[in-house]
Design a protein around this ligand. Structure first.
Ligand SMILES: *[C@@H]1O[C@H](CO)[C@@H](O)[C@H](O)[C@H]1NC(C)=O
Ligand SMILES: *[C@@H]1O[C@H](CO)[C@@H](O)[C@H](O)[C@H]1NC(C)=O
Ligand SMILES: *[C@@H]1O[C@H](CO)[C@@H](O)[C@H](O)[C@H]1NC(C)=O
Ligand SMILES: *[C@@H]1O[C@H](CO)[C@@H](O)[C@H](O)[C@H]1NC(C)=O
Ligand SMILES: *[C@@H]1O[C@H](CO)[C@@H](O)[C@H](O)[C@H]1NC(C)=O
Ligand SMILES: *[C@@H]1O[C@H](CO)[C@@H](O)[C@H](O)[C@H]1NC(C)=O
Ligand SMILES: *[C@@H]1O[C@H](CO)[C@@H](O)[C@H](O)[C@H]1NC(C)=O
Ligand SMILES: *[C@@H]1O[C@H](CO)[C@@H](O)[C@H](O)[C@H]1NC(C)=O
Ligand SMILES: *[C@@H]1O[C@H](CO)[C@@H](O)[C@H](O)[C@H]1NC(C)=O
Ligand SMILES: *[C@@H]1O[C@H](CO)[C@@H](O)[C@H](O)[C@H]1NC(C)=O
Length: 791
């Protein structure tokens, strides 16, 4: 799990690094480190300790990806690269000498300057040499059930030695025997006791825990004699105290005579279970085993047997590993299961089933030895700060991560690539220079690696190159470390120029408009104690200004290379135009004068707007002053007063207001006999003067847009009216009217008279009085029939 985690991390990191490399910023891993030490702890970041360097901005950062660090002088670049040095390597040829056989090359390597997160490969070879020394210690249970085994071993010793000599000539054997602690209940009697069947071969002897009987010897007869002289001992309980003996055999190197460089085998031959740590309590022994050698130099007996408990399996395992012991548990079938469990716990151990009477002991030892000597398995003592990986093709060609090779023959060379990765920078400084032992399991040879993980820069340490105490660059109140000032407690700032009561973070925030950016002083100045000091330009008329150096007076719009067209001042990127000019580049006039037609008139003839000194005409007009507009309403009324005053001396600008006439009527007004429209832009106008005569004129524009008026000299008057005819007509009409009135009167009186007479006649007919008797009536003498009245 642990290594998987690290692998994932590494993959992530690679992707991350790739991304940042591809994008160039955003998650730049070299952005956040502020000291040289922090910088070099990020793989691929390098530090520039050049003192004159401006640390502001992007392209001059001190901590930068290696590929982008193009601006740092080589001698100021801090980029530790691992240095591998082979300190000890006994040449291969010498390993053929029997007295100094060496299988592992090299023996000591130093690796310095290894950066955190970096992998360095070291190559190592393992050569299976001929006649590599082998030491075999035969540790035998001599309780009474092992009598046959003992006799057989005496018989087979010669064959065992011959077989082993066939494999390696440098073969030595030793012998030791064990029974159990001489304390009840492990024994029947603590004094000499005789066997149950009182066989003569067994005899009576005192039980002992461990007796070392023969130190490593090349002489087979010594071995045979030593085994033969061993007496068999009677015990009470079944488990025996063999682990006491096993531990002593491993740790008592001098007495046993283990050679410094050899394969070490211990054959642990028993037919019984073994007592383990804690069992000693049965006999009242509670002191734990201390794991030290306690052999009596005189008779080579284990002297602490009655004081110390049996060793634990953990102790057995540790000492087997530390002393490169290969333990062969040569046990009988009935007890094999428990020893198989031990085998799993004890490194480099194996279990061999002992036949009845140990007949097969020679074969067992040979097989086991060949198995362990034909394989190599690498292990190391690296701590958590270092990851060691092994790559090998063994004897083949496919290199893969693997620390184990089997099936080796004498003369084979296995090449290992050992990749050393510094995973972290330990806080404990002494853990940054660990010594790592890399060794094959079960072989007392080691490759010692003196590692140095580099977590700091030399220029950060007093006395190191590039370290200047009380440096002038730091105003003599700080030390110059890797080009950066480390100020005393009273000062801060990049050159220790600021007082310490404001922290650097605050200082920097004052040098940028907000925290959306990391760019100080707009990248055009240095932040000194929270104040931007803007860069000077080579051209003295170009000045950078503003709180964040955000302004300048040279980057405004230009026309033909002239800043603000030469009609304004550049202020913070904006043109401030002189009077009379406007626009972003001050290239526009503010007056309308140039939009007024020559000789006066409306701006753009009233048909457009004046923009930047020239007319923008509305859709239906054109011309420089938009004067040409066939579809616009006529402008006759505008011209009439001038025609009146200039040509006829009448109208609102007439003679008594000559000044108005002169000022308003500045354009050309000419008179012609007759006028008519001659160009499309011309318009015809007319008006009626005081004499009821029509004045006709035409207006138009010349090529400059100036107005022109042509007036017809003579107004057009109507024909005079005939007065006499009108008078007579009127008189005639009057008379006719009078006559008509007379006639009407006469007609009216006639009808009136007629109606009166009729009324009279009607009264007379109905009168009481008789016409004959009327005294007033005188009958006329005449022939008139009708009466006549005397009036
Ligand atoms: C910083 O440097 C990177 C890599 O050179 C570049 O892509 C980026 O534009 C630079 N940024 C600025 C603000 O100069
Ligand atoms: C180290 O060796 C292994 C195996 O040959 C290889 O895969 C790896 O890339 C090497 N690492 C370095 C940093 O050379
Ligand atoms: C030792 O090796 C020789 C030759 O290889 C062989 O003849 C002999 O039998 C071997 N002896 C033993 C005990 O294996
Ligand atoms: C073993 O010892 C006995 C006497 O203790 C002797 O008779 C016998 O010959 C010895 N055996 C060997 C192989 O030396
Ligand atoms: C092992 O490495 C050595 C040199 O380092 C080389 O000569 C030899 O061929 C390599 N052996 C194998 C099996 O790769
Ligand atoms: C650092 O490690 C060394 C050896 O591992 C140890 O002796 C020492 O006490 C440790 N120091 C601290 C401060 O932990
Ligand atoms: C640096 O200055 C401090 C205080 O001013 C002083 O104590 C120290 O001795 C000086 N160190 C050197 C190397 O001049
Ligand atoms: C800027 O910093 C202020 C104070 O530290 C914080 O409140 C604010 O959220 C920050 N704004 C941004 C955009 O990071
Ligand atoms: C910029 O400003 C400086 C100082 O105000 C002035 O001397 C210089 O002439 C200005 N430059 C331009 C191009 O206006
Ligand atoms: C220029 O003409 C525009 C309309 O076209 C008017 O709004 C503006 O006041 C005039 N400016 C001057 C200085 O006459």
């Amino acid at each position: 799990m642990y290594s998987l985690g690290w692998m994932l991390c590494a993959v992530c990191y690679v992707l991350f690094a790739y991304n940042t490399y591809a994008q160039g910023n955003a998650h730049d891993p070299c952005l956040s480190p502020t000291t040289c030490g922090e910088c070099i702890r990020v793989p691929n970041c390098v530090w520039c300790s050049h003192t004159m360097m401006s640390v502001q901005g992007n392209d001059s950062r001190r901590c930068q990806l290696r590929d982008l660090m193009t601006y740092c002088p080589l001698e100021s670049l801090v980029d530790p690269i691992p240095v591998e040095k082979i300190l000890v390597d006994i040449p291969m040829t010498r390993s053929l000498r029997i007295d100094e056989p060496t299988q592992l090359h090299p023996q000591r390597v130093s690796l310095t300057n290894l950066r955190q997160g970096l992998v360095h490969n070291i190559s190592m070879q393992f050569k299976v040499v001929k006649n590599y020394p082998a030491d075999l210690y035969y540790l035998m249970d001599v309780s009474h059930s092992m009598l046959d085994d003992k006799n057989n071993l005496v018989r087979l010793a010669g064959s065992l030695v011959e077989t082993m000599r066939n494999i390696t000539t440098a073969f030595k054997m030793g012998f030791g025997s064990f029974v159990d602690k001489n304390v009840i209940p492990f024994v029947e009697k603590t004094t000499a006791s005789c066997g149950p069947r009182s066989l003569p071969e067994i005899g009576c002897s005192v039980t002992y825990s461990f007796r070392h009987q023969l130190s490593m010897s090349a002489d087979v007869n010594e071995f045979t004699a030593s085994v033969n002289s061993t007496s068999i001992v009677t015990t009470f309980d079944v488990p025996e105290g063999g682990f006491d003996a096993l531990l002593q055999a491993m740790v008592c190197k001098d007495q046993i005579g283990w050679r410094e460089r050899s394969r070490r085998l211990i054959v642990f031959a028993t037919d019984a279970h073994s007592h383990l740590a804690g069992n000693g309590r049965l006999g009242g022994i509670i002191k734990p085993n201390d794991g030290l050698c306690h052999l009596d130099p005189e008779n080579n007996m284990y002297v602490e047997a009655l004081n110390q408990d049996y060793p634990s399996l953990g102790q057995i395992s540790r000492f087997a590993k530390d002393n490169d012991m290969n333990i062969i548990f040569a046990v009988t079938n009935d007890v094999a299961p428990s020893y198989l469990k031990f085998m799993e716990l004890v490194s480099g151990s194996s279990v061999a089933i002992l036949g009845p009477d140990s007949e097969n002991i020679v074969e067992l030892v040979r097989e086991t030895y060949e198995k362990i000597s034909s394989s190599v398995e690498m292990m190391d003592t690296a701590g958590p700060e270092v990851k060691v990986r092994y790559y090998t093709a063994c004897t083949g060609t496919l290199v893969q991560e693997n620390n184990k090779c089997g099936g080796l023959k004498v003369g084979d060379i296995v090449n290992f690539t050992i990749s050393i990765e510094a995973i972290e920078c330990p806080v404990n400084v002494s853990a940054r220079t660990p010594t790592i032992q890399i060794k094959p399991v079960g072989v007392n040879e080691v490759l010692t690696l003196d590692l140095e993980i580099v977590c700091d820069c030399g220029c950060e340490k007093p006395g190191g190159p590039g370290f200047v105490a009380n440096a002038t660059e730091c105003n003599s109140v700080g030390d110059l470390e890797c080009g950066v000032c480390d100020c005393d407690s009273l000062h801060s700032g990049s050159n220790c120029e600021c007082s310490a009561d404001v922290n650097i973070a605050d200082l920097e925030t004052n040098c940028k408009p907000d925290n959306s950016t990391n760019v100080l002083c707009s990248d055009r100045g240095n932040c000194f104690c929270g104040v931007c000091e803007c860069q000077k330009r080579p051209n003295p008329t170009e000045v950078i200004s503003g709180k964040y150096c955000e302004c300048d007076n040279f980057s405004c719009d230009r026309i033909d290379g002239n800043l603000c067209s030469g009609h304004g001042d550049c202020n913070c990127g904006q043109c401030l135009c002189y009077a009379g000019w406007q626009g972003s580049d001050c290239n526009c006039r503010t007056t309308n004068e140039t939009c007024i037609p020559i000789g006066g008139g409306d701006v753009c003839s009233g048909n457009g707007v004046c923009n930047c000194g020239s007319c923008q005409c509305s859709a239906n007009s054109n011309g420089r002053y938009c004067e040409d507009c066939p579809t616009c309403p006529s402008r006759c009324d505008e011209f009439t007063p001038c025609v009146q005053c200039k040509v006829f001396q009448t109208g609102p600008y007439s003679a008594d207001n000559e000044a108005a006439c002169n000022s308003e009527c500045t354009y050309s007004i000419i008179t012609q006999e007759t006028v008519q429209v001659e160009e499309t832009s011309e318009r015809e106008c007319s008006y009626e003067n005081e004499e009821k005569c029509t004045v006709k004129f035409v207006y138009g524009f010349d090529s400059n847009g100036a107005r022109r008026v042509r007036v017809q000299k003579e107004p057009i008057c109507p024909e005079p009216i005939p007065a006499l005819a009108i008078g007579l007509g009127l008189a005639g009409a009057l008379i006719a009217l009078l006559l008509f009135a007379l006639l009407c009167y006469r007609i009216a009186t006639y009808f009136y008279d007629k109606r009166e007479y009729a009324r009279f006649l009607n009264e007379k007919k109905n009168a009481k009085w008789n016409t004959d008797n009327n005294p007033l009536y005188v009958n006329p003498t005449g022939t008139f029939r009708n009466p006549t009245y005397k009036l």
